[in-house]
Design a protein around this ligand. Sequence first.
Ligand code: GDP
Ligand code: MN
Length: 397
Amino acid sequence: MNLHEYQGKDILSSFGVRIQRGIVAKNANEAVAAAKQLTAETGTSWYVIKAQVHAGGRGKGGGVKLAKSLKEVEEISGKIIGMQLITPQTSAEGKKVHQVLIAEDVYYPGASETKEFYVSVLLNRGTGRNMIMYSTEGGMDIETVAEETPHLIFTEEIDPAVGILPFQARRVAFNLGLEGNAFKEMTKFITNLYTAYDKSDASLFEINPVLKTSDDKIIAVDAKVTIDDNALYRHKDYLDLRDLREENAIEVEAGALGLNYVDLDGNVGCMVNGAGLAMATMDLIKQAGGEPANFLDVGGTADAARVEAAFRIILKDPGVKAILINIFGGIVRCDRVAQGVIDAYRNMGNITVPIIVRLQGTNADIAKKLLDDSGLDVLSATEFQEAADKVQAVLAN
Ligand code: GDP
Ligand code: MN
């Protein structure tokens, strides 16, 4: 589950990480009220207006703007709220902005210079450890830094059973070239950031930039946070943080129906039972010259109701030009699945794309006969390759 910047910052703050303070607003009036409140609390007179969408690179797309007066807060918020924000990380249509974060300006002038760093905490699956990844090159794409100046990216591996040790936090601060109070602030920042990541069961906390202010405070200016879905049962209070408007609408609907569905860009819809078979089916579609339009695991009970639900979900994707049903009848009998496909097909009445069905396992022969005798525009197949060839043939037409 991905979080908005302001939600991620709330979690950070609750673990003692210093953040750029802000208040979320849904319209220009709320934005002005938020700015006034921020001034009362922090003394700031400049504000940053930040679009809250689940995508990075907002600054580049015009979704992060500095306002130097309440009038500018009103104008800029009015423009950003409701806009389709296009960033290097969104699709070409962009994402609709429903709310903005009104944040205090933390790039104020002072005795020494401000400096931007990059810090993230994530899981290193290779070593089975958590990893702090950090760089002196903050504020820009970490992918670009990795490509052009990889020697400026450091990592610190943390044993999850032991947690972060003081010397590790000090090593981070040292490698970032900090001294004095900024050094001390950074060790505290890193330690608390790691604790926040650990205790919230996150799989990612990416803070870019981490800012050293001109008065040597270390502040999280941005926060990209992903919470591990499998741990959400331990964090009932986080369930409210989910913003379904930010997620793929078809995936949300499939999830509500208990279908394991991932939307993809291709033209062949897949309906498969079992994640492994689903992956193999996608491979075969590719080998046959097609592109899978989705991953869909209907699970063990492929009855008529589930098959119909899966059809409806797959057909919501306008890119689907054919559907391949590939089901192994182990626990579920093939003839029951075939009857489910036929019933769903008739019930829906509006299926216009060709359907290729490959059923293998218990009663596969009866299933094939049912499909062949149904009079519907359904091509049956027994072998995996045969099914893929039929998909290719219908795509070629
Ligand atoms: P992103 O573009 O989606 O990663 O959004 P960020 O939250 O990282 O903001 C983008 C950029 O806005 C940052 O890299 C900063 O350079 C700038 N920015 C953020 N907060 C402030 C601020 O308080 N004052 C000023 N002047 N610039 C800021
Ligand atoms: Mn950022």
